[in-house]
Design a protein around this ligand. Structure first.
Ligand SMILES: C[S@@+](CC[C@H](N)C(=O)[O-])C[C@H]1O[C@@H](n2cnc3c(N)ncnc32)[C@H](O)[C@@H]1O
Length: 306
C-alpha cells in the first residue's frame, strides 16, 4: 500500500491518550489512519472522522478487518461538529490539523505550488469556495489580507496587486499560473525566498478555502463537551495561527474567572473545565524530523477535562 501519510508525534500522542481495551476515542482528522491504527492496536475503539472522502475511502480498505469487528467506525464530516459523532462521551480526542501528505502530493487537489494541477484546494469537494474562485474574484484588499494574515507573507500587497493585473488578462486556473505570478511579484530572485513566498501564499489560500481557523475554533469547545471527565484532548498544529487558537482556548478553559483583571469582582462566573497537560507544546525529535520532515513544524498541546 502506498504511503498516504506518516503520522507525526505518534509516541507523544499515545503517551497522553493511553489507549487500551475498553476506551473509546475520536480521531477527528483520520487522514491515512496512522494515529487510528495505533489506537486500534492498543485495543481501543475508534471513531475516525475526516472531511475528505478520499481519506475515508482509503481507510475503508486499510481497516477492513477492524470495521468488520466493530472496533472502528468511519465518518465523513467536519470536526467543527465533532459533538455529533457520538451520542455518549469518549475517553479521548485527537485533532491532527492541516492537510495530509496524500492531499499535498496529489497534483489534482491543487494544494501544492510544486505540483501541476487546478487551483482547487478543497478538502471536501462539497464546499463551494475554491482557490481559483477566490483568486479570480475577490477585491485587492481582501486578497492582500488573506495572504498577509493567513500566510504571514511580507510581500502580500505586491503579490495581491500582481494577481489582480494577471487576472485581467487571463483566468488564473492552475497552481503553475499562481506560482508564476508569485515568483514575478517577489523583488529578489533567490529561489529559496521565492519558494517560501509561494508556500506561504498557497497555505493562506488553503486556510481561507477550507475556513480552517473557524472550524478549529468551533471544534475545541465541542470536543471538550464530548469528553468524559478525565478524558483527554490532543491537538497537533502545524502553524502559529492554529497553535495560538489552541493555546488561548486551553488557557481560558483552565481558569475560573476570565473577567478583565481591572474589574474588582467577578462578573463572568466562568468555571474552569480543563487541566493543561503540556506547559510547553511537544515537538518532534531530530530523529523523527529526519524520517518525516513534515513533522518539523508540528506542535502538540494536550489537556484533560475536569
Ligand atoms: C495531518 S492529516 C491527519 C493525518 C492522520 N493523523 C494520519 O495519521 O494519517 C489532516 C487530516 O485532517 C483532515 N481535516 C482537516 N480539517 C478537517 C476538518 N475541519 N474536519 C475533518 N477533517 C479535517 C484532512 O482532510 C486530513 O485528512
Amino acid at each position: 500500500m502506498t504511503t498516504y501519510h506518516i503520522p507525526a508525534l505518534l509516541k507523544e500522542t499515545l503517551a497522553i491518550l493511553k489507549p487500551k481495551k475498553g476506551k473509546i476515542f475520536i480521531d477527528g482528522t483520520l487522514g491515512g489512519g496512522g494515529h487510528t491504527a495505533a489506537l486500534l492496536k492498543a485495543g481501543a475503539k475508534v471513531i475516525g472522522l475526516d472531511r475528505d472522502p478520499e481519506a475515508i475511502e482509503f481507510c475503508k480498505i486499510k481497516f477492513k478487518s477492524a470495521l468488520d469487528g466493530k472496533n472502528l467506525k468511519l465518518m465523513h464530516g467536519n470536526f467543527a461538529r465533532i459533538d455529533e459523532c457520538i451520542a455518549g462521551k469518549v475517553n479521548g480526542i485527537l485533532l491532527d490539523l492541516g492537510v495530509s501528505s496524500h492531499q499535498i502530493d496529489t497534483g489534482e487537489r491543487g494544494f501544492s505550488f510544486s505540483k501541476a494541477g487546478p487551483l482547487d484546494m478543497r478538502m471536501n469537494k462539497g464546499i463551494s469556495a475554491t482557490a481559483k474562485g477566490i483568486i479570480n474574484n475577490i477585491a485587492l484588499e481582501d486578497l492582500s489580507d488573506i495572504i498577509r494574515n493567513y500566510g504571514g507573507e511580507r510581500f502580500a500587497a505586491k503579490i495581491a496587486k500582481k494577481i489582480i493585473i494577471a487576472r485581467k488578462q487571463n483566468y488564473i486556473g492552475t497552481t503553475e499560473d499562481l506560482a508564476r505570478i508569485v515568483k514575478a511579484a517577489i523583488p529578489d530572485n533567490n529561489p529559496a525566498h521565492v519558494r517560501h513566498s509561494q508556500a506561504r501564499v498557497f497555505q493562506a489560500l488553503r486556510i481561507a478555502v477550507n475556513m480552517e481557523l473557524d472550524n478549529l475554533a468551533a471544534a475545541l469547545p465541542k470536543a471538550l463537551s464530548t469528553l468524559k471527565p478525565k478524558g483527554r484532548l490532543v491537538v497537533i498544529a502545524y502553524h502559529s495561527l492554529e497553535d495560538k487558537i489552541v493555546k488561548e482556548f486551553f488557557k481560558t478553559e483552565a481558569k475560573d474567572c476570565i473577567c478583565d483583571p481591572k474589574i474588582p469582582a467577578c462578573l463572568c462566573k466562568h468555571k474552569k473545565s480543563l487541566k493543561i497537560l503540556t506547559k510547553k507544546p511537544s515537538t518532534a525529535s531530530d530523529e523523527e524530523v529526519k524520517l518525516n520532515p513534515r513533522a518539523k513544524s508540528a506542535k502538540l498541546r494536550a489537556a484533560e477535562k475536569l
